[in-house]
Design a protein around this ligand. Structure first.
Ligand code: 5GP
Ligand code: ZN
Length: 113
């Protein structure tokens, strides 16, 4: 199995896991781009947003509900935060297992780089 995030999910490589359910896992990004930068990752391997199907609707909803709860736990819900999915090379995707970035703890700027 080659996928880096599948290895983190299967605990064959370590990550700083902060939350886990039967459907998803959340861990700190190894190269944080903000004071808080976590990755919310479905346990099911889906390479990119382009591979999503209607059967994944509930799963994607779970990722955003996890983002909401984690932002509250990190006490950044009121000040605000950013959620990002990158898709394919042009979107800046490096790891081909979908994940929702949750970034906070500083002022976000727009447009993003
Ligand atoms: P992408 O560019 O695919 O949207 O985001 C991939 C993210 O995974 C990047 O922010 C990168 O820093 C993070 N990342 C890459 N390798 C590892 C790793 O081995 N462990 C952790 N915790 N994060 C990683
Ligand atoms: Zn994977």
């Amino acid at each position: 199995m080659e996928c880096l995030f599948c290895k983190i999910i299967n605990k064959t490589i370590t990550a700083n896991i902060i939350y886990e359910t039967p459907e998803l896992i959340v861990f700190n990004d190894i190269r944080p781009q903000a004071p808080y930068h976590v990755l919310i990752v479905p346990k099911q391997h889906i390479a990119t947003i382009n591979e999503l199907t209607p059967a994944d609707k509930n799963l994607i909803g779970e990722l955003f509900l996890a983002a909401k709860h984690i932002a509250k736990d990190l006490e950044i819900a009121d000040q605000g935060y950013r959620t990002v999915f990158n898709c394919n090379a042009g979107g800046g995707q490096e790891v081909y297992h979908i994940h929702l970035h949750l970034l906070g703890g500083r002022q976000m700027i727009w447009p993003p780089g």
